[in-house]
Design a protein around this ligand. Sequence first.
Ligand code: HEM
Length: 186
Amino acid sequence: MNSYESVSDHKNEKNVFIIIGILSALVLAFLVWLIYFKPGEDLESKIGWVGYLPILNAFLNTLTSVFLITGLTFIKQNKIEWHKRFMFAATGTSALFLVSYITYHHFHGDTKFIASGFIRPLYFGILISHILLSAIQVPLILSTLYLAMEKNFIRHKKIARITFPIWLYVSITGVLIFIILRWFNV
Ligand code: HEM
């Protein structure tokens, strides 16, 4: 590689990370507006299928967790092609989750937690850590994928070791939040 190529590659990479940053900030701003500022439509009672979306979301989060653990197992065995397939599958189920989550919150609005006792601090502890980590998850996933597609596996591995536990934590706590809401918030 000559010096001109390396300078232009570096610039190109910087631009990609800027685009990832802007895209992630837009997604985050949209979600904050959707959940906390948009007036509730309360159309859920009129549109029956909306009530099933939390189950779909929990299912998609479960699939993401399974795909992530399977993908990690494959790379530990040096099976790169299978690692790639399962990480793409996890990206797919997470993207579908985002669409389903946005649809649900468009119709439903914020969920109030009314249960009391030990479950309350536990629920909010899980919820707050889940929300904070999910906000940094989008740029991490996109950067990890980008570095892998660029075949920059040294940096891919470095950032993936941060992305992986955060992504898995957010997916598993997503399912836990669903379970707590179903069992305790009645
Ligand atoms: C966002 C999706 C992805 C995540 C979260 C991810 C996660 C990881 C993790 C955690 C490792 C380090 C494993 C270890 O500790 O030994 C790793 C390594 C690796 N990943 Fe990924 N990966 C993703 C996508 C991909 C894709 C699409 C490819 C494409 C081929 C890929 C190729 C590799 C390779 C070749 C390594 C080994 C690097 C080395 O040991 O030098 N990954 N990945």
